[in-house]
Design a protein around this ligand. Structure first.
Ligand code: BGC
Length: 384
């Protein structure tokens, strides 16, 4: 890994984050969510979308040398996007069945939907995992558009275009279905962050493939959220009918294609409640107040995501403070965990999860990706 050509010095954690991500990309292009937890030896569309986005940004300023003269980060992101396109295109028959069933008003057949995660070579995981999640394909399209725009790839490779087209028609057909949220919970509800991810993906798809017309579906999703997705106090709700927020609602302000501008009053109210209900001072952010996974600790990746959001509203001091918490939770090698135990919501659940899955996932590639994203957003903001 070269640092010589960098115009400024990257922090140790920045360099380590690049390394952890690159080291854990698999030959087929998928990223292991975490190398040290067998249940995480899969590549998720969601985690990978943020990882590829982090590399897309990182490749602009901190190009890692690569044998063909391209930023190593972009080469890695290309492989991931290729992996996603392959997973989606390979399932065309099943997804087309889902699209036709939906058009006929027939019930969804889970076996014909996309899983949240796959092995690198494309195999699905054990059947007992809550695989039906709709945010992942939306986030993938959003991340792909960012990559294509930064790297000025034109025309869009046909293999990517067909995957985007299929994913868009699939999401358009099923977005009203209940599914697992991005934490793989609450399979019987419709989640606002999932809808926000689909909304962003459809907007990005429109830019990638102008012949697609996603506007009507985006309008329907937005109208649905305003009609059914708000809490009584006027914040975005975790899921339809719940007077609760979830830190995953930060998704509603994804750059460029987000449902809401970062400083939209609805977004500001939602984040204010996230901070009130879920901020674990000094550590990170809880997912939601009923979380019991590993005792419901504070998630490092959510702390850095909140930092990223703060940069979007120009509060760089808050962003630096939150990023400092994450840095303080890196271990001696620089590995960032998924969550930390310092502020558990219900410690009685911790041991049970350790027995079932082993220690808390670390390094979690998604945490490192969020760290790189926020580093990029803080560039040149030292005195603000
Ligand atoms: C989280 C998912 C995440 C996966 C891999 C799960 O525990 O609920 O959001 O995609 O870990 O990081």
């Amino acid at each position: 890994m070269a640092t010589k050509s960098h115009p400024y010095t990257l922090s140790k954690l920045h360099l380590h984050s690049q390394q952890v991500i690159m080291d854990n990309q698999q030959p087929g292009g998928g990223y292991l969510a975490c190398p040290n937890m067998p249940d995480y030896h899969f590549s998720w569309f969601r985690d990978g979308a943020f990882i590829a986005y982090a590399l897309t940004l990182d490749g602009i300023h901190n190009m890692l040398p690569h044998r063909v003269g391209m930023a190593g980060q972009w080469d890695s992101a290309t492989k991931f996007h290729q992996w996603c396109a392959r997973i989606i295109n390979d399932r065309a028959k099943a997804l087309e069945r889902t699209i036709s069933h939906a058009a006929l008003g027939q019930p969804l057949v889970l076996a014909d939907t996309l899983n949240a995660r796959y092995r690198d070579e494309g195999a699905a995981g054990p059947a007992d995992w809550p695989e039906f999640q709709l945010d992942g394909p939306g986030l993938w399209i959003w991340s792909l558009a960012k990559y294509v725009e930064v790297c000025r790839i034109s025309p869009l490779p046909m293999f990517w275009e067909s995957a985007v087209d299929l994913a868009v028609r699939y999401l358009t057909a099923v977005w009203r279905s209940a599914c697992n949220d991005c934490w793989e919970e609450r399979s019987d509800s419709i989640h606002i962050s999932t809808l926000a991810a689909i909304y962003a993906g459809l907007g990005a798809a429109q830019r990638l493939v102008p012949a697609l017309d996603t506007q009507a579906t985006r309008d329907d999703i937005r109208a649905f959220i305003f009609a059914h997705g708000l809490t009584p106090n006027g914040e975005l709700a975790k899921s339809v009918g719940l007077d609760m927020v979830d830190a995953n609602l930060l998704l509603a302000a994804l750059p460029d294609d987000g449902l809401l501008a970062p400083d939209d009053p609805l977004m500001l109210r939602t984040v204010a409640r996230i901070e009130r209900d879920l901020l674990a001072e000094g550590h990170g952010v809880h997912r939601h107040i009923e979380d019991t996974y590993y005792g419901g600790g504070a998630w490092v990746l959510l702390g850095v995501w909140l930092a990223w959001y703060k940069t979007q509203i120009g509060d760089f001091a808050a962003a630096r403070k939150l990023t400092g918490w994450a840095e303080a939770h890196a271990d001696a090698e620089g590995n960032l965990p998924e969550q930390v135990r310092d502020a558990m919501l219900d410690p009685s659940y911790y041991d049970g999860w350790v027995k079932q899955r082993g220690e808390i996932a670390r390094p979690l590639l998604w945490s490192h990706a969020e760290y790189l994203i926020v580093q990029h957003a803080l560039r040149g903001k030292d005195n603000s």
